[in-house]
Ligand binder design. Structure first.
Ligand code: TYM
Length: 328
């Protein structure tokens, strides 16, 4: 039997090249070797207020985009988290074995509490729901970007604690980071992670940005005071541009050194822009084709939820029995 992969993405903001290089590219790549489940995590999105009409639109838009970038419904189940209620059900049971201190230590929680005036309880519970997504399907492998590694350690801690309290129930999930592009930084500020929620025209390249916009954003990207590429003294901005190039093209370290050393920053940016445009243009074309058929995306999502439900129910039953909850 194939091992299982699970991962998720929030339907908020505009998905960008950081999401693609950190996670989505890997999703498409490994779906043929694993039994793959990919979730659009709308319950995670509402931990911060979302405009309802906008959220509804973004869920379908994101599903269309995931299909366009190569998630193949014949090989993967594409699922909207809230359409399988067992995610929330398991999350509650896991909440009850998770010490609050573990959650208060999460760096993403701490960062978000600094940005928000009023903090929902959901924001604190966020990583427990994420653990539930993973453990619900007994996933072996979780392909994510670097910013999710702490959440995955927590998911393993929760699984371990549950297993030791109630007996072997959950598979221990393994984090899978990409070789290149695990942490893409903002183009305007290479000390900050590229993020869907950061606004500002020069920050992120959205997967649906037209070629001219991509070029413009890259030409304006922050570099450093060197005149040309020097791999040994480059600052974080130049290093980020090279990471983007390498992650898109899968060029070797040697060829990066040979091709880019001494290149002036204007030319470096042009090279990076052409690599990004070449990768995104076919995806954008497929996105237009997929979304032209209004019923197709909804059909894929309905099939995805139906396909994964038996596994989800099975785990919840197992957990209920293990904990002594009533199972008629
Ligand atoms: P989200 O929606 O923030 O991001 C989706 C994926 O993109 C990766 N990513 C990045 N990778 C490289 N560079 C960046 N700048 C960058 N920004 C984002 C993220 O690491 C992620 O893999 N909590 C998750 C969603 C989630 C999930 C799960 C993931 C919910 N349940 C279960 C895995 C398994 C999140 O907010 O991802």
């Amino acid at each position: 039997m194939k091992k299982r992969v699970l991962s998720g993405i929030q339907p908020t903001g505009s998905p960008h090249i950081g999401n693609y290089l950190g996670a989505l590219k890997n999703w498409a790549k490994i779906q043929y070797d694993y039994d793959s489940i990919y979730c659009i995590v709308d319950l995670h999105a509402i931990t911060i207020y979302q405009d309802p009409a906008e959220l509804r639109g973004k869920i379908l838009e994101l599903a269309g985009m995931l299909l366009a970038l190569g998630i193949d419904p014949k090989h993967s189940s594409l699922v909207v988290q809230s359409s399988v209620p067992e995610h929330a059900e398991l999350a509650w049971m896991l909440t009850c074995v998770t010490p609050i201190g573990w959650l208060e230590r999460m760096t993403q929680y701490k960062a978000k509490t600094e940005e928000q005036e009023s903090i929902s309880d959901g924001l604190l519970q966020y990583p427990v729901l994420m653990a539930a997504d993973i453990l619900l399907y007994q996933a072996h492998v979780v392909p994510v970007g670097d910013d999710q590694t702490q959440h995955l350690e927590l998911a393993r801690d929760i699984a371990q604690r549950f297993n030791s309290l109630y007996g072997e129930t959950f598979t221990m999930p393994e984090t899978r980071l990409p070789t290149h592009g695990a942490r893409i930084m903002g183009l305007d500020d290479p000390d900050k992670k590229m993020s869907k929620s950061t606004t500002g025209e020069g920050h992120a390249i959205s997967l649906l940005d037209p070629p001219d916009r991509i070029r413009k954003k890259l030409m304006r990207a922050t570099t450093d005071s060197n005149p040309a590429v020097d791999l040994d003294t480059m600052g974080p901005g130049v290093s980020n541009l090279l990471s983007i190039y390498q992650a898109f093209t899968e060029a070797s370290d040697d060829s990066i050194r040979n091709d880019f050393t001494g290149l002036r920053y204007g030319d470096l940016k042009k090279r990076v822009a052409e690599a990004v445009v070449a990768a995104l243009e076919p995806m954008q074309q497929r996105y237009r084709e997929i979304t032209a058929d209004s019923g197709y995306v909804a059909k894929v999502l309905a099939e995805g939820a139906e396909r994964v439900t038996p596994a989800a129910r099975d785990t919840v039953q197992k957990v209920k029995r293990a904990m002594g909850l009533y199972t008629p």
